[in-house]
Write a protein that binds this ligand. Structure first.
Ligand code: PRP
Length: 230
């Protein structure tokens, strides 16, 4: 069985290398196992946070396979050796709030990444994205941005974030979402055909409140234990 299911991939040129774009549903038994626990309504906020971290690590492993690296001469205790080191400027961009749950595990994998926060929430009545915070500077953009948000429902929030990053001048856009809907995936494909999208699962539908079905509820509320106040 392949490690990941490629829904649509094509090659695009960048000044540095050939990159692949498209939507990739990462298919792995560990992802299927932890995602099922994440979906389960009995999972506590503490367990939910742990599962988000595990799934983020697994997604990021797959999503960073094409990062560029360069020679790195070092000396081991025995001899000279030429190893490898990451050579790109990488930005990790959490969409507040829920994206915060994915930051630490990915920073553990890429300690040199810069973290640039974007605040977007979905208006409950219209399901349209409301942008309320941006830490994006006016200075030179990162080479690759990893946008993280556990949920891609209508796609409105991710489109808003990717639009901001494209305006900043980021060449390589990657979106990592634990769970997506078909509509959300389609929205990104239509508006950002050169972005890479990595998800653990693509669920079939949205309900009338634009929640992913079967989904996992509201990731932000489950991470931060705020759901009971709705
Ligand atoms: C959720 C989720 C995404 C967005 C997805 O955030 O974390 O950001 O909704 O929906 P969309 O694809 O239809 O835009 P929410 O608005 O609940 O904010 P929160 O992270 O502060 O809970």
């Amino acid at each position: 069985m392949p490690a990941s299911k490629t829904i649509r991939r094509h090659r695009i040129s960048t000044p540095q290398a050939q990159k692949t774009s498209g939507v990739i549903e990462v298919d792995h038994p560990l992802i299927r196992h932890h995602l099922t626990q994440l979906r389960d309504e009995r999972t506590s906020p503490s367990e939910f946070r742990t599962l988000v971290r595990r799934l983020s690590t697994l997604l990021a492993y797959e999503a960073t396979k094409d990062l560029l690296d360069r020679d790195e001469p070092i000396r081991t205790p025995n001899c000279e050796h030429v190893g490898r080191a990451l050579s790109e400027r990488i930005g990790l961009v959490p969409i507040l709030r829920a994206g915060l749950g994915m930051v630490d595990p990915i920073l553990d994998l890429i300690p040199t990444a810069e973290v640039w926060h974007l605040g977007v929430y979905r208006d409950e009545a219209t399901a349209k994205p409301i942008e309320y915070y941006s830490k994006i500077p006016a200075t030179e953009p990162v080479d690759t941005a990893l946008v993280v948000d556990p949920m891609l429902a209508t796609g409105g929030s991710a489109v808003a974030a990717l639009t901001t990053l494209k305006a900043w001048g980021v060449q390589n856009l990657k979106l990592l979402s634990i769970i997506a809907s078909r509509d959300g995936v389609r929205a990104i494909e239509d508006q950002f055909p050169h972005a890479q999208v990595y998800v653990c699962a693509i669920d079939p539908t949205l309900n009338d409140r634009k929640f992913i079905i079967p989904g996992l509820g509201d990731a932000g509320d489950r991470i931060f234990n705020t759901g009971r106040h709705e």
